[in-house]
Design a protein around this ligand. Structure first.
Ligand code: NAP
Length: 278
């Protein structure tokens, strides 16, 4: 089995990485950074997001196993003390394989004569925000104009990303067994003249959400596009469209389940008598 490692800089994470690399040197596994079968992420959810973007070109055949070395994460199934158990389970090939939906983001930039079109896969979410002045954009669901948004920005998240920034801006937590995307607003302007839905909206895998930004004429307006832990300045942005990706992310875990226990434990804390098994 070919393994690659993505870890944060903490001493604990580096120690676990060393342990797996020793197993590679002993011939139990093969180290392969370019075309691995399994990517072992060691750190937190942020580390897993980095690992996902590093290996998204081989998303159809690569599997992730995430060990957390900080506080409990949403993608990180394994605790630091379980590194040996994970190694043995990889050798025995007896791990549960679970997959989650991803977001397919299409970005169109540039004038007609110099149009640039890109596709980006996101694990948590993509957001578009304006640094100065009001962000204005037409929001389409399918081919139909749904609303004209005015405010700070918009966010489209996956079910597993729903516990990230989506939740902080009032979005619902969505079970990852649903093939759906959620649209949430950053500080929408609502008054007698301007109106948006002003509540989170969830679309199915058959629907596409499209944003077409409209310039508000401010010379200072600057758009920032974020996707998971990455961001860029979105110059000459013409259109963003979002749909549930055909690809999914695959995890190897022994207990990547009990989603609602994890949500309750992470956001509310241990609840007496709940029988949490995190
Ligand atoms: P960061 O700003 O260094 O960390 C953001 C925090 O979000 C970390 O504690 C991270 O967990 C946690 N996180 C990441 N994905 C999560 C998920 N699916 N569910 C619950 N918590 C999650 O940024 P980062 O580590 O590069 O991660 C980028 C992500 O952070 C974005 O995709 C966004 O969802 C989230 N974020 C949230 C806010 C907010 O809530 N106001 C603001 C910015 C970004 P670990 O500590 O385990 O890494």
């Amino acid at each position: 089995m070919k393994l690659a490692f993505v870890s944060n800089d903490s001493e604990k994470s580096q120690g676990i990485k060393d342990y797996f690399q020793t197993l590679c040197h002993m011939g139990r596994f093969e180290g392969d950074d370019t075309d691995p079968d399994v990517v072992i992420s060691i750190g937190g959810d942020g580390t897993l997001l980095s690992a996902f973007h590093q290996y998204q070109d081989c998303i159809n055949h690569v599997k992730f196993a995430a060990i957390h070395t900080g506080h409990l994460g949403f993608y990180t199934d394994w605790v630091a003390g379980e590194a040996e158990q994970l190694a043995q389970s990889l050798i025995n090939d007896d791990l549960v394989n679970v997959s989650y939906p991803l977001l397919q983001l299409k970005v169109i930039q540039g004038e007609r004569s110099s149009r640039r079109v890109r596709q980006i896969l996101c694990l948590n979410e993509a957001t578009i925000k304006q640094v100065t002045a009001t962000f204005i954009c037409e929001v389409f669901i399918g081919d139909e104009l749904f609303e004209t948004f005015r405010g700070d920005g918009l966010c489209v998240s996956t079910p597993t990303g729903s516990t990230g920034i989506n939740k902080s801006i009032g979005g619902a937590v969505v079970h990852p067994s649903l093939n759906a995307l959620q649209l949430t607003e950053f500080a929408s302007l609502n008054n007698r003249v301007f109106r948006t839905l002003s509540s989170p909206l969830i679309v199915t895998q058959d629907e596409t959400i499209t944003f077409r930004p409209i310039s508000n004429g401010h010379s200072t307006e600057k758009l920032v596009l974020t996707y998971d832990n990455l961001f860029e300045s979105a110059e000459e942005l013409k259109e963003l469209s979002f749909k549930v990706a055909d690809e999914r992310i695959h995890f190897l875990g022994s207990k990547h389940k009990r989603f609602w226990n994890r949500v309750s434990y992470s956001f509310i804390g241990p609840v007496k008598g709940s029988g949490h098994e995190i």
